[in-house]
Design a protein around this ligand. Structure first.
Ligand code: G3P
Ligand code: CA
Length: 244
């Protein structure tokens, strides 16, 4: 086992036990003692930043349709909780601002950009992060690094994390392919090993693998020395770290 320094990062909130990317899921993650929250963002038709994984309402609400074709007012009519459990009936898709207002200032937020185009979302995101005094403890990640480069060009102090699936190349090659400073690596946990993790840590990077739900996989990642674990079950990981 490693140290107790491993951050517990609640994936889309406590996604395993609450409707993902809702205030209810974020509250549950906080109650379970998470150190950080991971969430996904898109822009609505009227350029509001909302917290949802998919680009449609279909899977996680009682409505259907592309969020890019709807205003925030229309999207707020969708129930984002009942599909998961009737206890969560009435949950709404939150704006990122609502999440910033809910989450205590000492809890890190990993904002993953899912919006596939660049140019409009990034300055809006930076304006919100600055207005809410979140620049220091938000890490912005994306699979599409063009979103991250856009942020770095506008505000070089932004903490950005490179998201990727299983990567067979070296950490250095990955970092060198990105033409700005990197704060963290966010690999699929299936592609990590002790050497890759220690090499990244030695390069001064945080390593946040996703999405680890099984206790033995969590224990292995802790042993590898990861900086944090993105999990649907933050309570499970918190318990494991307390036993270590
Ligand atoms: O940020 C890690 C993980 O959330 C990436 O995959 O599909 O769950 O957003 P996904
Ligand atoms: Ca995500």
């Amino acid at each position: 086992m490693g140290t107790n320094q491993t951050l517990v990062i609640a994936h889309r909130g406590a996604k395993g036990e609450a409707p993902e990317n809702t205030l209810g899921a974020f509250r549950l993650g906080l109650e379970q003692g998470c150190d950080a929250i991971e969430l996904d963002i898109h822009l609505t038709k009227d350029d509001e930043i909302i917290v949802i994984h998919d680009s449609t309402l279909d899977r996680t609400t009682d409505m259907t349709g592309s969020i890019y074709d709807m205003t925030l007012e229309e999207i707020k009519k969708a129930d984002a909780g009942r599909w998961f459990n009737e206890k969560y009936e009435g949950e709404r898709i939150p704006t990122l601002e609502e999440v910033f207002d809910l989450v205590p200032a000492d809890v890190m937020i990993n904002v993953e950009i899912k919006h596939s185009t660049q140019g409009i979302l990034e300055p809006l995101l930076l304006e919100l992060m600055k207005r809410k005094d979140r620049m220091h403890n938000v890490v912005v990640s994306a699979f599409d690094y063009r979103n991250l480069l856009c942020l770095k060009q506008l505000a070089p102090e932004t903490k950005v994390g490179l998201l990727y699936d299983v990567n067979n190349g070296s950490n250095s090659a990955l970092i060198d392919s990105f033409e700005a400073a990197v704060y963290s690596l966010h690999p699929n946990y299936k592609g990590i090993d002790k050497e890759k993790v220690s090499d990244a840590i030695a390069l001064g990077l945080q390593v946040y693998p996703w999405t680890i739900n099984d206790e033995s996989d969590m224990a292995q990642a802790i042993d590898y020395g990861v900086s944090g674990i993105i999990t649907d079950y933050p309570g499970r990981l918190r318990d494991l770290l307390q036993l270590a």
